[in-house]
Design a binder for this molecule. Sequence first.
Ligand code: NIG
Ligand code: FE
Length: 409
Amino acid sequence: MNPPRAPRSLWRHARIASFDGDRPWGWLDDGALLVEGDRIAWVGPDAALPAERLTGGGPLDEIDLGGALLTPGLIDAHTHLVYAGDRAAEFEQRLQGASYEQIARAGGGIRSTVAATRAADDEALFTLAAARARALMAEGVTTIEVKSGYGLNERDEARCLAVARRLGRELPVAVRTTSLGAHALPPEFEGRADDYIAEVCRWLPGQQAAGLVDAVDAFCDTIGFTPAQTRRVFDAARALGLPVKLHAEQLSDQGGAALAAGYRALSCDHLEHLSPAGIAAMQAAGTVAMLLPGAYYFLRDTTLPPVAALRAAGVPMALASDHNPGSSPCLSLLLMLNMGCTIFRLTPEEAWRGVTVHAARALGLGDRGRIAAGLRADFVVWDAGHPRELCYRFGHNPLRRRLFGGMPD
Ligand code: NIG
Ligand code: FE
């Protein structure tokens, strides 16, 4: 049996921020969008709608948007969505003066989430992750990247990746999976980080053969892994033809961004302590800077990522929620739009490109993140007149309709 075909639909009189072409915002003041199946068939000024495209080809559902805003579906390109438990007690400890690093070194932090995740069965992990994914989707997200990294053994890493894959099968959202075995040292490997890295490298071929992994990530930092250990993980990824990305320069400058750029990393993420040399290497490699204001805010960081220098160098900047229980228990990409502007001083257009076209690039996906003919029909209609309104307000969700592959929710 053929899967049900999304109906043909024509969306008229929209203000469209397409993020396509050279115009600011890819702006169309009175635009129209024709959807056929799961693709955008035509987009342009409403007055230029080609009549011949509208006849034939089956029934056409026509919707007059009356000047409402239409944008690409949002892409959250850095999340740790699959885990059990929470870290509210750790939050309280931090309020009493303990630092994120101190808690991690004392065996809490990521390790406490690993214990809770290992103890949860597949169904529990799926239920928790699905609720988080739905919260993101309710704000217009149509593609989510999901990392492992709270299993930290062969079985539990594979389980977490399988849960992420299941999200993409059972919910109307696209999921890209990232293997992050090199997230933290599990307690059973205490004092043997090099041995643990050998294990992480050993798991990758099996994860790939099972169709569980689209990319490979690591946490290169004082409480994570060294550049040399990161390099071993990346060599293993490269041997399998898997793209890499890196949690780089979050708490200190390890030279991780330049290292990752040497592997043509899709993105380097966090980057509060990024050096000029790191920026130059990312620029040369075409690596996306993934900015994570939720973690910056929640850890009460005081070193800002070098946004002005990234901008001057022409490094594409993306924005993501970094949803995770320790450093960013945030399920709002709209809030990241606001924080990207207020805290990181992105322009509203940069922030928007960060959750659309540049987020797609950070996932290596050329078929989404813009409104253009031939791309996936993942888009959102908002009760707003201009996208800058969504950067300006916070705690406010003006979503009217979300379309995933041409299918409305
Ligand atoms: O992206 N920096 C490392 N990983 C996560 C935090 C993980 C955690 O604290 O559970 C991050 O911030
Ligand atoms: Fe992260």
